[in-house]
Ligand binder design. Structure first.
Ligand SMILES: NC(=O)c1ccc[n+]([C@@H]2O[C@H](COP(=O)([O-])OP(=O)(O)OC[C@H]3O[C@@H](n4cnc5c(N)ncnc54)[C@H](O)[C@@H]3O)[C@@H](O)[C@H]2O)c1
Length: 417
């Protein structure tokens, strides 16, 4: 297969993940990067052998150099997706764009429009569509194994420490600097559920709030930082326990530790926790995104779906129950238990034979990161868009379902799509 050349915009965690996969398989080669952090830029350029003149300090400088590669990976933060995506689409780059597409409906529509006008391939990183597990679930539904799908119950167990890391202390804690949590975290789940049903819902409602991670729930005597706090040893959200515990484990050092500090010693971690955002008490941060949310959807034929996103869980694979007219499936992200109503028999189906990893970013999202990268590079190399499990228009549609759910939550109403 032809080797696809890549320009990576944003040499952080996600940019690295896709770049490493492309090099590991040999299907792609990174030839340019845009990354403002000089340390990250130098490390990225060294790892992938990028010429110094092709290591740019930002996406604008990279775009000013014209088209440098077949495709671009856009892995900047949520609020910096639209301008690079529209500009690079205009230069003719095929684009692998991190989710969420954009933080407003108007901007996401601009991106989808730019992809259509310029005739490029644009894949949004909805990695769940690309896991071996999803392939099996879709195969069972398409093969009629449980008859007509009548309802679905789906849980996204964000995980107590992951929520504290990303959505209380970290990048995704505020709507004005990132996005509502349903968009930042669970646009994956809404996209996946729409993918299973094969169409968008007709009506949607939602409830949810920030119930725990605020000053009103702080235990008496809590300090502003974990390192000064007498309650730290018994607190579930202790930052020293979480981050010192990452040291020595390469996966945990890649994520979540590298967001906290580039250092890898106990002193580096303690220094970051003394002054940086990740050492703050979870009850004394400037976060405003929800810590739990429900979404209920109804489809045109009366089928229904309920979705729960919660911080107050272990961090695990998503869990899903699918209720059909002729059968039932209970899935935990790796294994599916199927009960066939015609025979009463049960079948256990393991879906991780492809060596898929755990649910986290460090684990590659159950094989989704690898599956997406491989599919995108194959689609670009062959010019065949059918190798992608969604295009820009489909991703825009599923993002619109997320925005409708947020409108329903904020207005206390049922939104018709
Ligand atoms: N698909 C998934 O499952 C998944 C998982 C985690 C994060 N994400 C998304 O991926 C995106 C990146 O997240 P991350 O965890 O890699 O963040 P990160 O902070 O590790 O990386 C972002 C990088 O962008 C760089 N940057 C900032 N301004 C720039 C500019 N003008 N030009 C080029 N680069 C610039 C930053 O310096 C940083 O290194 C976010 O939108 C996030 O929501 C997706």
């Amino acid at each position: 297969m032809t080797e696809v050349t890549l320009a990576v915009v944003g040499g952080g965690l996600r940019g690295l993940t896709y770049a490493r996969r492309a090099h590991a398989t040999g299907a792609g080669r990174v030839v340019a990067v845009a990354e403002p952090d000089p340390q990250r830029r130098a490390a990225f350029a060294a790892e992938f052998g990028i010429a110094p003149e092709l290591a740019h300090p930002g996406w604008k400088e990279l775009a000013a150099a014209g088209r440098l590669a077949d495709a671009a990976v856009i892995a900047t933060h949520d609020q910096l997706h639209t301008d690079p995506a529209v500009t690079l689409a205009g230069l003719g780059y095929h684009i692998l764009l991190e989710k969420p597409m954009a933080t407003t409906e108007r901007e996401a529509a601009r991106i989808a429009d730019a992809a259509r006008r310029n005739g490029i391939l644009l894949a949004v990183c909805h990695v769940l569509r690309y896991t071996p597990y999803t392939r099996v679930v879709r195969g069972l539904l398409d093969g009629g194994r449980i008859g007509r799908l009548i309802s679905v119950q789906h849980l996204e167990p964000v995980g107590w420490w992951h929520d504290a890391h990303s959505f209380v202390r970290g990048h995704w804690r505020r709507q004005d600097t990132s996005a509502p949590m349903l968009l930042a975290k669970a646009c994956h789940d809404i996209d996946w559920l729409v993918h299973l049903f094969g169409r968008p819902p007709a009506r949607i409602s939602s409830f949810g709030s920030l119930s725990h991670f605020h000053a009103g729930d702080a235990p008496e005597g809590a300090a502003e930082r974990c390192l000064d706090c007498p309650l730290e040893p018994s607190c579930p959200y202790s930052a020293p326990r979480l981050y010192l515990g990452c040291l020595g484990d390469p996966e945990s050092e890649f994520w979540p530790l590298s967001a906290v500090t580039p250092g890898r010693t106990e002193e580096d971690v303690l220094a970051a926790l003394r002054t940086g955002p990740y050492g703050r008490c979870v009850y004394a941060c400037d976060n405003d995104v929800v810590d739990h949310q429900e979404v209920v959807m109804e489809f045109d034929d009366g089928a229904t779906c309920s979705f729960t996103m919660s911080a107050f869980t272990p961090m695990e694979h998503r869990r899903t129950r699918l209720f059909g007219t002729h059968g039932y499936i209970d899935g935990d992200g790796t294994t599916l238990r199927l009960v066939d109503f015609r025979t009463g028999e049960e079948e256990l189906i393991r879906a991780d034979d492809a060596g898929a990893g755990g649910p986290s970013a460090a684990d590659g999202h159950g094989g989704g990161d690898e599956g997406l990268t491989d599919a995108f590079l194959a689609a670009v190399a062959s010019g065949d868009p059918s190798l992608l499990r969604s295009d820009a228009a489909e991703s825009l549609m599923t993002h619109r379902v997320v925005w409708a759910a947020e409108r329903a939550r904020l207005t206390g109403s049922v939104v018709t799509l």
